[in-house]
Design a protein around this ligand. Structure first.
Ligand code: KIV
Length: 289
């Protein structure tokens, strides 16, 4: 919306303190971001899930820093006032604190995002500390962390057993102490999310982890029927844009084939005198030089 002021970190903290739910969406390009901006979504994540939704890979591991930079900068142009999160792709932060700070810095300097997000628990605490000490806000990501999907045994709910749930709760505490300004939880049980939210002093965001967090995240393509391979249980379809677009495409094919399209509204003409002159010059064998 034209009049909205830029969302800042204190705005998000205030929403948490006031018990006002925070809205967050994953989206990937200028046109989508323009719509998200008009809807006044608080946080926009340019997720490395773009590897699947935009690039057609089976997972997120092939996504590069260059992929992320281009899409994040495009989303910033479409959504100038949201709190914009750049998602650090596979191996852009895992190797060392120094690599993590360098790549987080590239995100901030070259895309105009407001913060970065990275996946992982206690083993990533020093990365979070290093990035936040460099003055860059960092969001943690716990529960199902798609970059570790092989080690986790697939895309499945995390923390169903008490051992794993306890570890996630401890990880949340460790990431908060390391300097994370917020943590996103993907696919953990609602009661575990509740315990974490009650203990946290930073905004907690849920993706498929129930209603007790300070905010909710969904992926744009899941919300609008745009991802062809599957619809995750945690997603709700708010409008089937995929179906609308497919019907439009079928109609386009039918209209071109039956010569109903294009109509005069859809093309450009030339003035009669110019056309006559053109034909005359062609007849005379003239050139355009
Ligand atoms: O890449 C992404 O969209 C994400 C969400 C699944 C949390 O990281």
């Amino acid at each position: 919306m034209a009049g909205r002021k830029k969302i800042t970190l204190p705005d998000l903290q205030k929403k948490m303190m006031d018990g006002v739910p925070i809205t967050m969406i994953t989206c990937y390009d200028y046109s989508m971001a323009h719509l998200v901006e008009q809807a006044e979504v608080d946080i926009v994540l340019v997720g490395d899930s773009l590897g699947m939704t935009m690039l057609g890979y089976d997972g997120t591991l092939p996504v590069t820093m260059d992929d992320m930079m281009r899409h994040t900068a495009a989303v910033r142009r479409g959504s100038p006032t949201s709190w914009l999160v750049g998602d650090m792709p596979y191996m852009s932060y895992q190797p060392s604190d120094e690599t993590a700070v360098r790549n987080a810095g590239r995100f901030m300097a070259e895309t105009g995002c407001d913060c970065v997000k990275l996946e992982g628990g206690r083993q990533m605490a020093s990365r979070i500390r290093a990035i936040s000490e460099a003055g860059i806000p960092v969001m943690g990501h716990l529960g199902l962390t798609p970059q570790s999907v092989s080690a986790l045994g697939g895309f499945r709910v995390q923390g169903k057993g008490s051992d794993q749930a306890l570890r996630i709760i401890e990880d949340a505490q460790i990431l908060e102490e390391a300097g994370a300004f917020s943590i996103l939880f993907e696919m953990i049980p609602d009661e575990v999310q509740k315990i974490i939210t009650e203990r946290a002093k930073i905004p907690i965001i849920s993706l498929g982890s129930g209603p007790h967090a300070h905010g909710q995240l969904l992926i744009f393509h899941d919300m609008f029927g745009l991802y062809p391979r599957f619809k995750p249980k945690m997603a709700k379809v708010f409008g089937n844009a995929g179906e609308v677009i497919l019907n439009g495409l079928k109609q386009y094919v039918a209209e071109v084939t039956s010569k109903q399209f294009p109509q005069p509204d859809n093309w450009f003409g030339i003035k009669e005198d110019q056309l006559a002159e053109l034909k005359k010059r062609l007849d005379e064998g003239g050139s355009g030089d």
